[in-house]
Design a binder for this molecule. Sequence first.
Ligand code: PRP
Ligand code: URA
Length: 209
Amino acid sequence: MSKVTHFDHPMIQHKLSIMRDENTGSKDFRELASEIAMLMAYEVTRNMPVEEVDIKTPITTRKFKMLAGKKTAIVPILRAGLGMVDGMLKIIPAAKVGHIGMYRNEETLQPVEYFCKLPQDIGEREVIVTDPMLATGGSAIDAINALKKRGANSIRMMCIVAAPEGIKALQEKHPDVDIFVAAIDDELNDKGYIVPGLGDAGDRLFGTK
Ligand code: PRP
Ligand code: URA
């Protein structure tokens, strides 16, 4: 079974509470999503392997630690996952960015894939999928199916708010994918929205309805 890491950090919780406030406008909402992603990236990358390399300082040469092994790909689920990319790139500037377009059919709540463009060497990269909302889990499950079909084999899922139902569904379908989340809310309502949640993340990020 995959691991769920819940970020109970005061800075993240404070920023998330402002995002939840219905009076927070798109500009602040975008900045906060990016800041939370940056803070989470620090922990999501914690177990990345390092190796000792020779570095010549102005004084002498010594071995120091640098990242080793697989390179990273960040894959936002469009649209809302885009709101986490800038923050992630602040911590992992050399990462490549793929994109998967998914929208939920608002009646069936089933995700529909409409776009997929990934780095060619996706199978050789640590993949971090970003989406602020994990509700039924359908979009994340299908995005990860699409990634695996194209060769990705080491995937982490990073979201800001998750419903217990979404976590359970994702763990059942992809037990190899660890999940990183800033908040686990109460439940889904009958329209598939997370309660208390923050509303429609894509609309709030981009000012649409
Ligand atoms: C939202 C959100 C997730 C999905 C979560 O996207 O960003 O991708 O819903 O719901 P699920 O877990 O039940 O699949 P939406 O379909 O609204 O598209 P958008 O990002 O373009 O707004
Ligand atoms: N997608 C969102 O943007 N918000 C929710 O609460 C559920 C799905």
